[in-house]
Design a protein around this ligand. Structure first.
Ligand code: NAD
Length: 286
């Protein structure tokens, strides 16, 4: 069955934007994927090709990888979103970056077009207020890696219309993901719970409670988590983890959400996890 949005734009071609573009195209949408960094677009193309190939070999892709690839165009101008019916933003987790993007995008896209933000933690109401279409603005929080994870957290802002919510629900059902609804509070549901746990694991390293391997094994074998919290932090990106902790701390005002100084040091040193080649662990192939 065809998706209810046929022309979709995606902003940010990092791990999330690339995954979102891939999934939407796999279900038949024509997708434009934009990034401010040209080199990142090339990396995203290679990543999507590799992922489609793997899914196809496992018999988990409805059409040929080349057909899916042909539905994705890689663009370097925001103006190319003029025809999009929906734009999903997955740029860096930083309010100022997103604010500048949404201000520009609001001028470019059609009056009826909708905007979805994949933010992990930032207020949807605050982001929507940057545009003149708060009724058509919504949080669509995909999980990482997007092609494999079954969940999408949907967040309505204060002014998001019921029509926007219902059209986004139909879209998410169309790509065969399960929806949970969160109120618009810092970190929504998933990161309100997940990120303090990851931050606590980083405190455990910082205070020398155990080695990173023992901390990860403790949570994998002891509580049945598929990945240890430090491995998961590297996978998410330590810059994103820090940004989320800062939003929780500022938005909820409780010192229990303060980011661990070790996390701050790692990010300051450029140790961002998998995407930079080193975080708590090393990733020589990155
Ligand atoms: P990433 O660092 O892998 O990618 C971010 C991309 O945004 C980069 O390619 C960067 O060049 C691009 N970008 C930065 N500023 C831009 C601009 N002004 N215009 C266009 N592109 C710009 O980050 P990510 O992990 O893909 O996260 C993206 C968003 O998704 C964030 O809001 C994050 O919180 C959210 N998210 C992340 C995860 C995760 O596990 N990493 C999960 C769910 C949601």
């Amino acid at each position: 069955m065809a998706l209810n949005f046929s022309e979709v734009g995606v902003i940010g071609s990092g791990q999330m934007g690339g995954g979102i573009a891939q999934v939407l195209a796999a279900y038949g949408a024509k997708v434009k994927l934009y990034d401010i960094a040209e080199a990142q677009l090339a990396k995203a193309r290679a990543g999507i090709e590799k992922s489609l190939q793997k899914l196809s070999e496992k018999g988990r892709l409805g059409s040929a990888p080349s057909e899916v690839m042909a539905r994705i165009s890689f663009i370097s101008k925001l103006e190319d979103f003029a025809d999009s019916d929906l734009v999903v933003e997955a740029a860096t987790e930083n309010f100022e970056v997103k604010k500048e993007l949404f201000k520009k995008l609001d001028q470019i896209i059609k009056p009826a077009a909708m905007i979805g933000s994949n933010t992990s933690s930032i207020s949807i109401t605050k982001l929507a207020a940057v545009t003149k279409r708060a009724d058509k603005f919504i949080g669509i929080h995909f999980m990482n890696p997007v092609p494999l994870m079954k969940l999408v957290e949907v967040i309505s802002g204060t002014l998001t219309s019921p029509d926007t919510l219902s059209r986004i629900q139909v879209l998410v059902q169309g790509i065969e993901k399960t929806i949970i609804h969160s109120k618009d509070f810092p970190g929504f549901i998933v990161n309100r719970i997940l990120m303090p746990m990851i931050n606590e694991a980083i405190y455990a390293v910082y205070e020398g409670v155990g080695s990173k391997e023992d901390i990860d094994n403790g949570m994998k074998l002891g509580t049945n988590h598929p990945m240890g919290p430090l491995e998961l932090a590297d996978f998410i990106g330590l810059d994103t983890c820090l940004a989320i902790m800062n939003v929780l701390h500022e938005g909820l005002g409780d010192s229990k959400y303060r980011a661990c100084p070790l996390l701050k040091n790692y990010v300051a040193a450029g140790l961002l996890g998998r995407k930079s080649g080193r975080g708590f662990y090393e990733y020589p192939a990155a």
